[in-house]
Design a protein around this ligand. Structure first.
Ligand SMILES: [Zn+2]
Length: 184
């Protein structure tokens, strides 16, 4: 793995502090949207494989009347461990330190079925990827683009959802996708 300090050689506009704060923000939403039944909001921030995996796990749990519930989540810190480049992709590895209560609950009553009601400390190894050769976008105030899912033109100043297919769009300039997030 290469030191994150070297990443600016590939991408002059890369800002490690901004990246870390964005990652904490996205990770918090990743956990809370899954508990709140709004996980589709995360689609623009995850690789299609990870999005499918978690969506189907959530659906299986919901079928048996359960939800993996996260509450009182605090992101204590984010450490960028380094990066790797491979044909096609750049990857950044990060540890996100989290304090949260996480348990399996009844989907309707939210009553705890299994897992601890106590706050837990976790370190989550997050891998983010981006197509190689891309660089951090500058904020350009772009007002129109195409939906990455259906290709319809969208005005992202007007809405963060595609009018045609209804999917949630990434309206910020963060173009990294979470490929995996595992407690370790
Ligand atoms: Zn669309």
């Amino acid at each position: 793995m290469n030191s994150i300090k070297e990443f600016s050689k590939l991408d002059k506009a890369f800002d490690a502090a901004k990246f870390s704060s964005k990652l904490s923000n996205i990770y918090r939403r990743f956990k809370t949207t899954a508990s709140d039944g709004k996980f589709e909001e995360m689609e623009p921030y995850l690789t299609p494989e990870l999005y499918q995996k978690i969506s189907s796990e959530t659906a299986v749990r919901a079928k048996s009347g359960k939800v993996l519930y996260t509450e009182r989540i605090t992101i204590l810190g984010t450490e960028l461990l380094g990066f790797e480049t491979e044909v096609g992709f750049d990857r950044i590895f990060a540890d996100v330190r989290v304090r949260a209560v996480e348990y399996v609950a009844d989907i309707k009553t939210r009553k705890r079925l299994s897992g601890s009601a106590e706050e837990q400390f976790m370190t989550v190894r997050v891998v983010l990827r981006r197509e190689s050769g891309r660089v951090s976008p500058q904020l350009t105030g772009i007002s129109a683009q195409n939906c990455p899912y259906c290709g319809a033109p969208v005005n992202i100043n007007k809405s963060s959802k595609c009018d045609y297919c209804g999917r949630v769009l990434n309206t910020d300039s963060f173009d990294w996708l979470i490929e995996s997030a595992e407690i370790h």
